[in-house]
Write a protein of this length. Structure first.
Ligand code: NAD
Length: 281
């Protein structure tokens, strides 16, 4: 069976480069589709407290017959729980729902600059790692300045930064900064949430050339440029199709053509909120 390649974090642990995300998946559906993802070959699951499906993911893990060593599970600390003590408490609650003793990766979900609690929150993640409750720690939706600040104030560099990233919004600045600090980049909404991107003629042309689907070509592009990538689908055939993207090998010209789709300069690439200003409750 095909397996995802692993990438190595700056803390020495590894992460399967292709994972499966479960945003906007109801708890009972999560149990079913995570089980299907395991059957397709995925071993890396990306959830979050705010998704409300940690229990469903936990049931899928328990039913899978797979051992914790064979799996890589990520969850995220929600904004309302930021702060040192509240982070420690929220972590325990997530672990209870997931039914796990040790977590592979814990992320601060959003930087929340206005709230300005992310340094204390990061200190709590550092403590959880020291205690051995979580193997690796990282952040999501930060800016370069926010990353610099947590590194300077704690001396601990995140293992990974999970950000909105797809061919229309390729995040060259954050990717370059991450690379300079040994921080892996993880792409959320990697398929652009399945909209216009999957009908883009450049993507479709490359898909036809490789006898692949547009979604597979976009996933293969993420893999080729070194991103960790976590596409979501609740349709079993697409879950399998997305995992099979591991077999699609793009050439340099394909990667260059997809790089050319970036709309950042035009100001129209981003789908989600801007971490520099976002302030979710
Ligand atoms: P995505 O880019 O993975 O797109 C998912 C959608 O694309 C599906 O709902 C479906 O409509 C379509 N799709 C999937 N596979 C397809 C296929 N093979 N063919 C055709 N269409 C297909 O979007 P996403 O769910 O926003 O992002 C993926 C994951 O990233 C999430 O599930 C979550 O785990 C994570 N995420 C994290 C954050 C964050 O703030 N950290 C934000 C958003 C998403």
């Amino acid at each position: 069976m095909t397996t995802s390649p692993n990438l190595t974090f700056n803390d020495g642990n590894t992460i399967p480069q292709l994972g499966y995300g479960v945003w906007q998946v109801e708890d009972d559906v999560a149990e079913k589709v995570v089980g299907q993802a395991f059957e397709a070959g995925f071993r890396h699951i990306d959830t979050a407290k705010i998704y409300g499906n940690e229990a469903g993911v936990g049931r899928a893990i328990a039913n899978s017959g797979l051992s914790p060593e064979e799996l890589f599970i990520t969850t995220k600390l929600w904004n309302a729980d930021q702060g040192y003590e509240s982070t420690l408490a929220a972590f325990e609650k997530s672990m209870e729902l997931l039914g796990l003793e040790t977590l592979d990766l814990y992320l601060i979900h959003w930087m929340q600059p206005k709230q300005d609690k992310y340094v204390d929150t990061w200190k709590a993640l550092v403590e959880l790692q020291k205690r051995g409750r979580v193997k690796s720690i990282g952040v999501s939706n930060f800016t370069v300045e926010g990353l610099q600040r947590i590194i300077e104030e704690t001396g601990v560099t995140p293992a990974i930064h999970q950000i909105e990233l797809h061919p229309y919004f390729s995040q060259s600045e954050l990717r370059a900064f991450g690379a300079s600090k040994g921080i892996l980049t993880q792409a959320w909404s990697p398929l652009g949430q399945g909209g216009e991107l999957l009908n883009d003629p450049v993507v479709s042309g490359i898909a036809a050339k490789h006898n692949a689907t547009p979604a597979q070509v976009v996933i293969a592009w993420h893999l080729a440029i070194g991103n960790v990538v976590i596409p979501k689908s609740v349709t079993e055939s697409r879950i399998r199709e997305n995992f099979a993207a591991l077999e699609v090998k793009l050439d340099d010209a394909d990667v260059e053509a997809i790089n050319g789709l970036d709309r950042t300069a035009a100001g129209s690439g981003r789908i989600g909120a801007d971490p520099a200003v976002s302030d979710f409750a």
